[in-house]
Design a protein around this ligand. Structure first.
Ligand code: Z5A
Length: 213
C-alpha cells in the first residue's frame, strides 16, 4: 500500500481504562511498519510546560477546582502542545498520534462537568485555529469494566475519583460526538479481547489510509 507523504493527525479517545495506552503502542507500530514517521504524544501534556499543567490537573487535592480553571488549564496545555509539538511535526510530514485531544474536553468538561459546549467551541477556535484530527479512534467500553481495569492498574487520579454517573455522561458525550462526525471517528468496541480490539484498529487504519492516499 502506498504511504501518503503529508502529515496526519490521529487521536485516541475513550473513558478510563478502555485500553488507550495499550493500543496506542500497537497503532504506532502499524504506522511505523508502513514507513511513517510517528510522533507519539498525549494530552494534557506533551511538552515540559504542558506536562507540569497535567500534574496540576490530575493531582487529587483538598481545594475544590472550579470548572473554568480546569477548562482553561486544559486549553493552556493544548496551546503549548500544538505550538511546540503538533504543528512542527505535521509541517515536516510526520504523523502525530495523540492520547486524547479536544474531544476529551467536550466529553469530560462538557458532558461530564456540564460546561457550556459553545464556550468550549470558542476556546477550540481560539487555540486550534482550525486544526482538527484527521482520524479519531474512540475506544468504547462500559464504564463499569473500564473503571475495574483502571483500578487494578494504579492509584486513582483526580478524575478517577469521580462517581460512575460522571463517567456515564462522559461516555455518552463521546458517543454523541462520534455520531455527529462519522467521517472522522471510528468507534472501536473495547469490550472484546485485545486481539479483537487490534483487528478493529487495523481495519479502521486501513480504511483511513486508503481514503487519504
Ligand atoms: N482530560 C480531561 O478531562 N479533559 C481533556 O481535555 C483531556 C483530558 C485531554 C488523563 O487522561 C485525564 O485527563 C483523564 C481525562 C482528563 N481522566 N482521567 N483519569 P489519561 O488518558 O492519561 O488517563 P486515563 O483515561 O485514566 O487513561 P488510563 O487509565 O491510562 O486508561 P487507558 O490508557 O485507556 O487504559 P490502559 O492503561 O491501556 O488499560 C487499562 C488496563 O486494562 C491495563 O491493565 C490493560 O492491560 C488492560 N486492558 C487493555 N485492553 C484490554 C482488553 N481488551 N481486555 C482486557 N484487558 C485490557
Amino acid at each position: 500500500m502506498a504511504t501518503p507523504s503529508k502529515g496526519r493527525f490521529i487521536t485516541v479517545e475513550g473513558t478510563e481504562g478502555v485500553g488507550k495506552s495499550t493500543n496506542i503502542t500497537y497503532l504506532c507500530q502499524l504506522l511505523q511498519d508502513r514507513g511513517v514517521e510517528v510522533v507519539l504524544t498525549r494530552e494534557p501534556g506533551g511538552t515540559p510546560l504542558a506536562e507540569e499543567l497535567r500534574g496540576m490537573l490530575l493531582q487529587p487535592r483538598e481545594e475544590s477546582v472550579s470548572e473554568d480553571t480546569e477548562l482553561l488549564l486544559m486549553f493552556a496545555a493544548r496551546a503549548q502542545h500544538i505550538k511546540n509539538v503538533i504543528q512542527p511535526a505535521l509541517a515536516r510530514g510526520a504523523w502525530v498520534v495523540s492520547d486524547r485531544f479536544t474531544d476529551a474536553t467536550f466529553a469530560y468538561q462538557g458532558a461530564g462537568r456540564g460546561v457550556d459546549l459553545q464556550q468550549i467551541s470558542l476556546l477550540e477556535q481560539l487555540v486550534q485555529k482550525g486544526l482538527q484530527p484527521d482520524l479519531t479512534l474512540l475506544l468504547d467500553l462500559s464504564v463499569e469494566i473500564g473503571l475495574k481495569r483502571a483500578s487494578e492498574r494504579s492509584a486513582p487520579d483526580r478524575f478517577e475519583l469521580e462517581k460512575v454517573a460522571f463517567f456515564e455522561r462522559v461516555r455518552q458525550g463521546y458517543l454523541d460526538r462520534a455520531e455527529a462526525d462519522p467521517q472522522r471517528f471510528a468507534v472501536i468496541d473495547a469490550s472484546v479481547s485485545l486481539q479483537q480490539v487490534q483487528q478493529q484498529i487495523d481495519t479502521a487504519l486501513n480504511r483511513f489510509m486508503e481514503a487519504s492516499s
